[in-house]
Design a protein around this ligand. Structure first.
Ligand code: IPM
Ligand code: MG
Length: 359
């Protein structure tokens, strides 16, 4: 049966980068992928058109889709919206929550061709291959109660950091299984020296460990993990952590690879339905100028083919095509350095397309 893919370009550079990824998706369809594409509005684009960052029609299409490709959301135009529930980011969070996309996979893989683009010394990052497994539908992002209210004559802001055992267990299993398929090392990141919720997190991870005897489980406090990521990142294979720590650590890990513009992500639920998006944001400062790097979004398509569409061979072809254009010395502005050839967003997309066609 034909698969349904929903494309949500969103805001800022979102439309430019998803356009390049759609070219590749269409090439995959020509190569035998049986899928239909549909478009929808999300984020600021949703708010402008329908008064809500996650219009009802978009949510309906998303629920019916096998996979969603999302560009990016947000921008200064909407940052002053008083009603937080109308901010573009809520569109993204609403999709994650409504589709129960709790398992967020954020690979930080250094292409050898880009070792020079990292701000860290090449010997520290060469060969880097980390998978961050971030819990995406719980923790402090969604905990209740939350708000800003008046107490004793002043305003107080508060959020709740909460995880149930079952939420920890299901993300733990995703991470252990990922480690089994990779280097068999899992580091669980918490703040169990201070926060009860992460004492429970650590307990549940330890309880799962005997079911995965081939995986070596370790624990690390989040502050130390941040330091170790920039000191000696190659010690990590799979990292599992909660929503907020994962948000922060995945940006740091992304930068090790030279540019956050290279990193894809997958957010999966129990049915392997998934939303695929680059790890970077909407970069409003460079939007519309052909400067954005489309590779993270193109690599997100590869993850989609692998995790939701059951087409690992096409995924491999896309990843090889990306490697090939990097070999050719083509670089968007974020990863360019002397001796390479700077190209625009669409030139990069076309180059990947050409390399894909040849493979
Ligand atoms: C991310 C982003 C989002 C998050 C924002 C845009 C809500 O930073 O996907 O990492 O915090 O999860
Ligand atoms: Mg983030």
């Amino acid at each position: 049966m034909s698969k349904k893919i929903l494309v949500l370009p969103g805001d800022g550079i979102g439309p430019e980068i998803t356009a390049e990824a759609v070219k590749i998706l269409n090439a995959c369809r020509e190569a035998g992928l049986d899928a239909e594409l549909e478009e929808g509005l999300v984020g600021g684009a949703g708010f402008d058109a329908e008064g809500h960052p996650l219009p009802e029609s978009t949510l309906e299409k998303a629920k019916a889709a096998d996979a969603i490709l999302l560009g990016a959301v947000g921008g200064p135009k909407w940052d002053t919206l008083e009603d937080l529930s109308k901010r573009p980011e809520k569109g993204l969070l609403g999709l994650r929550k409504n589709l129960n996309l709790f398992g967020n996979l954020r690979p930080a893989l250094l292409y050898p061709q880009l070792a020079e683009a990292s701000t860290l010394k090449p010997e520290v990052v060469s060969g880097l291959d980390i998978m961050i497994v971030r819990e995406l539908t719980g923790g402090i992002y969604f905990g209740q109660p939350r708000g800003i209210e008046e107490r004793d004559g002043e305003r107080v802001g508060f959020n709740t950091y909460v995880y149930s055992e079952s939420e920890i267990e299901r993300i733990g299993r995703v991470a252990f299984e990922m480690a089994q398929k990779r280097g068999k090392k899992l580091c669980s990141v918490d703040k169990a020296n201070v926060l009860e919720v992460t004492i429970l997190w650590r307990e549940v991870m330890n309880r799962l460990a005997p079911e995965y005897p081939d995986v070596e489980l370790s624990h690390m406090y989040v502050d130390n993990a941040a330091m170790q990521l920039v000191r000696a990142p190659k010690q990590f294979d799979v990292v599992v952590t909660g929503n907020m720590f994962g948000d922060i650590l995945s940006d740091a890990a992304a930068m090790l690879t030279g540019s956050i513009g290279m990193l894809p992500s997958a957010s999966l639920n129990e049915k392997q339905q998934g939303m695929y998006e680059p790890c970077h944001g909407s970069a409003p400062d460079i939007a519309g100028q052909g400067l954005a790097n489309p590779l993270a979004t193109i690599l997100s398509v590869a993850m989609m083919l692998r995790y939701s569409l059951g087409e690992p061979a096409l995924a491999d072809r896309i990843e090889r095509a990306v490697g090939k254009v990097l070999d050719q010395g083509l670089r968007t502005a974020d990863i360019a350095y002397p001796g390479t050839r700077q190209v625009s967003t669409s030139e990069m997309g076309d180059a990947v397309l050409a390399a894909f066609a040849e493979s």
